[in-house]
Design a protein around this ligand. Structure first.
Ligand SMILES: Cc1cc2nc3c(=O)[nH]c(=O)nc-3n(C[C@H](O)[C@H](O)[C@H](O)COP(=O)(O)OP(=O)(O)OC[C@H]3O[C@@H](n4cnc5c(N)ncnc54)[C@H](O)[C@@H]3O)c2cc1C
Ligand code: SF4
Ligand code: SF4
Length: 478
């Protein structure tokens, strides 16, 4: 057991056979011994690049040290100090920290995300977050209860604001509720939100901005600031003939329906399924379809090459192990069928020669069409914002990934006091929520002529949470 060991302590996984037809969790927890063994590999770097790479400044170096010393209760508390969605993130985070871990230079990076899970599952987590001593009584509205909205609500409530969350759905979680159960069993978000009880946040579920209220209307009702954390929920269409035929699904409603238990979505087990897209959502759709169409064939079709696929290595490898077929450099051209999807026409793509700026764009190759028989198509071409019913005065612009953003500095919209942002993964959305909370606190503090309020220790400690020594990154909690 020493810090010079380069190989990672293997993370236990379900076997390929176990994965074939069930949605059981693929990654299994470390035992206590395995967790301690893995944590002992950490060099406890003076300059913690892992912490610097984490969008929410999670003190991973600190909790790894505590795990190595078998101080699991303290490790759990440290995780939850900066991370109110720790139970969700320890299974879903794309672990940006591990990409920058110095151990990765000569061997495997430390299994930082899996040690977060070990901290929370082996330690006794503190039951509840404590409300701050100084309540300001100023009302702030958060629209959307996805990771960005939840993080902003937590942070603002800790800074003493009186927070009300308006959520269009009957449940919180946003896109995390579509994450397949082989990643997230479903009880993780309720566990995290149960710690919010004493923070006094009001949850108004089933209330949709643009239908039941407007953001400006909230200002008129006495809210001093509004944060729009609405994500991107409308599927991007392919825009090709035949897209409205029965048998064509969009990834988000398809995955949500599976999580709700309607697995009868696929009538037969010998389906021939085509999934269109190359991101993590496309892989989740393909891996889920693979489990439903156990004797069928699932093929993922992507416009670009394998090297250009946006999906994480973990998802890509998972798809390969589970028997998803991959067809690269093919663009969808037409969906054919007589009253139901029957086939899809694909055209080969290639990169054009470099233009004068050296840029190579993707072009379709004329005369290269091929037809694939299929009876189900799942479109996973991304999502765009749904701003239906929202006033144009907000001047919301879509981010590159589709969620609405404010046009002014710190994501304030064109209407003073209304902010909007989101993120392309759970932890990036949480970073956006933390930034929004900091911006709202700065905005209201300036208006009231008082200093800003740093985020206090959420477990009622006397001083605000300290940043890890050697850390030189951004500080959303100040
Ligand atoms: C299938 C799938 C798998 C994923 N897997 C992972 C993963 O493994 N790891 C990872 O890090 N990320 C993953 N992601 C991405 C991650 O879930 C998102 O990046 C994150 O949820 C975005 O958070 P958000 O709060 O910005 O938006 P959302 O999660 O979309 O939340 C927005 C919320 O606002 C609500 N809302 C929208 N419009 C209104 C309105 N007008 N009025 C009131 N409420 C409204 C919505 O109902 C929703 O609850 C996955 C996404 C999908 C779709
Ligand atoms: S939240 Fe994600 S990026 Fe941050 S330390 Fe945990 S696994 Fe790493
Ligand atoms: S960079 Fe890696 S080795 Fe260094 S403190 Fe972070 S986890 Fe440990």
């Amino acid at each position: 057991m020493c810090a010079f060991r380069q190989d990672r302590t293997p993370i236990p996984e379900e076997t390929t056979d176990e994965r074939k037809a069930t949605f059981g969790q693929v990654l299994q927890p470390y035992t206590e011994g395995e967790a301690v063994l893995e944590a002992a590999r950490c060099l406890q770097c003076a300059m913690p690049f892992c912490v610097q790479a984490c969008p929410i400044t999670q003190d991973c170096r600190g909790y790894i040290d505590l795990v190595a010393k078998r101080r699991f209760d303290e490790a759990a508390r440290l995780v939850l100090r900066d991370n109110p969605l720790g139970t969700v993130l320890c299974k879903t985070c794309y672990h940006y920290c591990e990409e920058d871990c110095v151990k990765g230079g000569r061997g495997d990076p430390i299994a930082i995300r899996h040690l977060k899970r070990a901290s929370l599952e082996l330690g006794n987590t503190p039951p509840l977050y404590e409300p701050p001593k100084d309540l300001k009584g100023e009302r702030v509205a958060v629209v959307g209860a996805g990771p960005a909205g939840v993080m902003a609500s937590w942070d603002l409530a800790l800074r003493g604001y009186s927070v009300t969350v308006f959520e269009a759905q009957a449940f919180a979680g946003g896109q995390t509720t579509t994450i397949p159960k082989y990643h997230l069993a479903g009880d993780e978000l309720p566990k995290d939100l149960a710690r919010f009880q004493k923070l006094g946040i009001r949850w108004e579920m089933g209330k949709k901005a643009g239908v039941d209220f407007t953001p400006e209307g909230l200002l008129e009702q006495g809210f001093l600031a509004v944060y729009l954390a609405m994500g991107a929920s409308n599927p991007r269409r392919l825009g090709i003939p035949g897209e409205d035929l029965p048998g064509v699904f969009y990834a988000l409603p398809f995955l949500l329906a599976i999580n709700a238990g309607t697995e009868g979505l696929f009538g037969r087990k010998d389906r021939r399924v085509l999934v269109i897209g190359g991101g993590d959502v496309a892989l989740d759709a393909a891996r889920s379809a693979r489990r439903l169409a156990a004797d069928g064939q699932v093929t993922l079709v992507y416009r670009r090459s394998e090297e250009d696929m946006r999906a994480s290595d973990e998802e890509h490898l998972g798809g390969e192990i589970e028997g998803v077929r991959f067809l690269f450099e093919r663009a969808p051209v037409e969906i054919r069928g007589d009253g139901h999807v029957g086939s899809m026409v694909l055209r080969r793509t290639e990169l054009a020669p470099p233009d004068p700026q050296g840029k190579r764009v993707l072009v379709e190759v004329p005369g290269s069409d091929e037809t694939l028989d299929c009876d189900t198509i799942i479109v996973a071409a991304g999502e765009v914002m749904d701003t239906h019913g929202l006033p144009p005065e907000l001047e919301l612009k879509p981010s590159r990934h589709g969620w609405p953003e404010g046009v002014r500095p710190k994501h304030m919209t064109a209407v003073e006091g209304i902010f909007a942002s989101g993120g392309q993964s759970v932890v990036y959305a949480m970073e956006a929520g933390a930034q929004a909370a900091q911006a709202i606190d700065a905005y209201l503090s300036q208006k009231k002529g008082r200093p800003t309020t740093p985020r206090p220790d959420p477990f009622g400690g006397a001083a605000p949470a300290e940043l890890p020594a050697g850390y030189g990154g951004p500080t959303w909690n100040l």
